[in-house]
Design a protein around this ligand. Structure first.
Ligand code: 3PG
Length: 221
């Protein structure tokens, strides 16, 4: 599809935003899953703890299969694919049944493919120029990544000036100490991070500890 017709499609079909799917969920657990036990165990825990959302990163070979399995077993869960860096991965996630695509950066290739396939897409940005590219494609939401490295709360406040309509999901360096500071910003729709379901607890399959973290989070909001 040509650039011009992609843009026309954006204008016709509206933007491909994630926020309506989040339905008010404030935190997206970002995870790496190694096998079916981890995928199902964690997904069931998050659903039970009323945090039915996950970003499964494609940082290992099992990521795609984890997305396919969780959507098959727990279709009510919002399953987003993370660390998507090229078109082939985006197409594979769509094939696996993923609900949305998250990338660490932003590219015209991913913007065009998401528009063409009408799959919600949350690109990572760190600069005003990248924000302008997202807006050019009709997106109204971006991930700020890596959030605490590229300016954190100050960067988000500064982006709010020139881009008042843009909504953010800061990710990278968000933890139990700082998430409330980010969620308090008017242009932050949610935060992403690994602290809710850290790799050590997933590998140990300590679902009780992860559930407790979700409950502590819910009580703090
Ligand atoms: C990542 O890069 O793994 C995600 O953005 C999560 O970052 P975090 O481990 O700092 O929460």
């Amino acid at each position: 599809m040509s650039h011009t017709s992609v843009i026309a499609q954006v204008e016709q079909n509206g933007h491909l935003n994630v926020e309506p799917m989040l339905n008010g969920l404030p935190v997206v657990p970002v995870v790496v899953l190694d096998n079916a036990e981890q995928a199902i165990g964690l997904a069931q825990t998050l659903v039970k703890a009323k945090l039915p959302v996950i970003e499964v990163t494609l940082r290992n070979d099992y990521g795609l299969e984890a997305i396919r399995l969780i959507k098959a077993e727990l279709p009510e869960m919002l399953v987003m694919a993370g660390t998507v860096t090229n078109q082939a991965q985006m197409l594979a996630v769509i094939d696996a049944g993923g609900d949305a695509i998250i990338s660490p950066g932003i590219s015209e290739s991913l913007l065009k493919t998401a528009t063409d396939k009408q799959i919600p897409y949350l690109p990572g940005i760190a600069t005003p120029s990248e924000a302008m590219l997202a807006l050019q494609y009709g997106l109204q939401e971006c991930k700020l990544f890596p959030a605490t490295v590229v300016g954190g709360v100050g960067a988000l406040k500064a982006m709010g000036g020139p881009f008042p309509s843009l909504r953010f999901c800061p990710t990278g360096g968000i933890n139990e100490e700082n998430y409330q500071e980010f969620l308090a910003l008017s242009n932050v729709m949610c935060v992403g991070g690994s602290w809710i379901a850290p790799s050590s607890l997933i590998k140990a399959q300590d679902w009780q500890a992860i559930e407790q973290r979700c409950l502590t989070l819910a009580e703090s909001l």
